[in-house]
Design a protein around this ligand. Structure first.
Ligand code: ATP
Ligand code: MG
Length: 411
């Protein structure tokens, strides 16, 4: 079964508000096996609404629209639906009763303005709204079923969950999703490794999305039951993990830092950080994880060379010979940090965040990393491109990833 979702409102087309209703509906429909094939947005314009509803009803079995059911003249979904159905709006006794009850329960009488919310196209059915005045509307349009819901998110959700989803649940099986999260493998390489799995044929689809350097691989399938879908996804996830290897750091809400945290906690080991260009971001990522006090001891943000010397014991000669952004200084920062904190592991990052301060041999985006632990010190250097924010965020993630890979090797 296929659905099209329509968001209605000038606040959405103008960009003042972001359409969160459609995302909610699409996710919930998937749990009932209904695939959201497209999302459209139109303004508060009667003919645009009528055209969009008619077009969607010609292309999908189910159309769900939100917004524009209010009592004011700019709320035109009711009229747009009647136009698309080729009929007039008429007072509906059931809707009127719902509205009167809603007002009576709050000690008010129904106003003339609100009466318009009891007008429905012929053949439409009102859907009770516990949280607001506008009932939802369910109506046939051509071969399709159209559902119109209020725009206010909590009203929309309650009507959708209580009166819409149950009608479609179980008819078309279920759609289940899983998301594997990766770091460190370029998107092109990842795409090439998964190319034959990403063709989109069959009931299982695999796609990728990138955010802050993390590439998520989402796997989705349709089946008769959650159990059957989960079994198919387990196989697909195993195939993806197998091809991407250690680039996969977790699933769902897991972060690089939580993956590191689990391993440190399991090993009973501790970590400290020495940061220059990342200004504490590595510490932030690590402490975003609840329970991180179990393994994260703390860190030093050593921005000035003096502080690298006084708090991390970086030798002045190293700074003079190689500069603060160098492999040697990164290693000395990590080693000094580990000694001072008495931790099992220490991570360090020093680089040029930009946009100024780059030179020919040390361009903006150059970051040196060091990790020191029970078996000694390793270093790494990366050239990150992008804004200051991107360079710093990527650098912090790359540092945490360096430790993650080292901890995986040790297992
Ligand atoms: P009401 O009966 O409350 O007037 P309505 O159906 O007319 O409901 P709108 O006036 O279109 O709803 O929207 C009411 C509120 O809901 C606005 O604050 C609007 O920004 C928000 N809203 C509307 N559509 C969406 C959407 N697709 N995603 C998120 N918020 C939305
Ligand atoms: Mg509106």
């Amino acid at each position: 079964m296929k659905a099209i979702i329509l968001a209605i409102g000038n606040e959405l087309t103008s960009g003042r508000h972001v359409d969160t209703n459609s995302a909610y509906i699409a996710e919930r429909l998937a749990t009932a096996g209904v695939h959201a094939a497209a999302h459209f947005t139109v303004g508060d314009d009667r003919s645009a609404i009528a055209e969009a509803l008619a077009g969607a009803a010609g292309a999908a079995e189910l159309v769900i629209a939100t917004g524009g059911l209010g009592p004011t003249p700019d709320d035109l979904t009711r009229q747009g639906l009647a136009d698309a159905m080729g009929c007039e709006l008429a007072p509906d006794a059931a809707s009127l009763a719902m509205l009167e009850d809603f007002f009576a329960a709050r000690g008010y009488t129904l106003s003339e303005t609100n009466r318009v919310q009891a007008m429905l196209p012929a053949g439409a059915e009102p859907l009770p709204n516990r949280h607001g005045t506008a009932p939802g509307i369910l109506a046939p349009l051509g071969e399709a079923t159209v559902v119109c819901l209020p725009g206010v998110p909590h009203e929309m959700r309650a009507i959708f969950d209580e009166h819409v989803l149950p009608r479609f649940a179980g008819r078309a099986g279920v759609i289940v999703r899983r998301e594997l999260r990766t770091f460190g493998m370029p998107e092109s390489e990842l795409g090439a490794k998964l190319a034959d799995l990403m063709t989109g044929d069959g009931d299982t689809t695999i796609g990728t999305a990138v955010k802050a350097g993390v590439i998520s691989v989402s796997l989705q399938t349709r089946a008769e039951s959650v159990e059957a879908a989960s079994a198919v996804l387990s196989q697909a996830a195993a195939a993806v993990r197998n091809r991407l290897g250690e680039a996969v750091f977790g699933e769902g809400d897991e972060t690089l830092a939580s993956a590191v945290g689990q391993r440190l906690a399991a090993a009973g080991e501790t970590l400290a950080t020495a940061e220059s260009c990342t200004g504490g971001l590595i510490g932030k990522l690590l402490t975003d994880v609840p329970g991180s006090s179990e393994y994260y001891l703390g860190g030093v943000v050593a921005y000035a060379d003096d502080v690298k010397q006084s708090l991390l014991d970086v030798p002045g000669e190293l700074l003079a010979a190689h500069g603060a952004v160098s492999e040697q200084v990164a290693a000395a920062m990590a080693e000094g940090c580990r000694r001072r904190f008495g931790s099992d592991w220490a991570l360090a990052a020093t680089g040029i965040a930009g946009p100024t301060g780059g030179t020919a041999d040390k361009p903006v985006g150059l970051v040196h990393f060091a990790l020191t632990g029970p078996d000694g010190t390793t270093t790494q250097c990366q050239q990150i491109s992008g804004t200051r924010e991107i360079v710093r965020t990527r650098a912090a993630c790359a540092a945490v990833n360096m430790l993650r890979l080292a901890l995986m090797e040790g297992q």
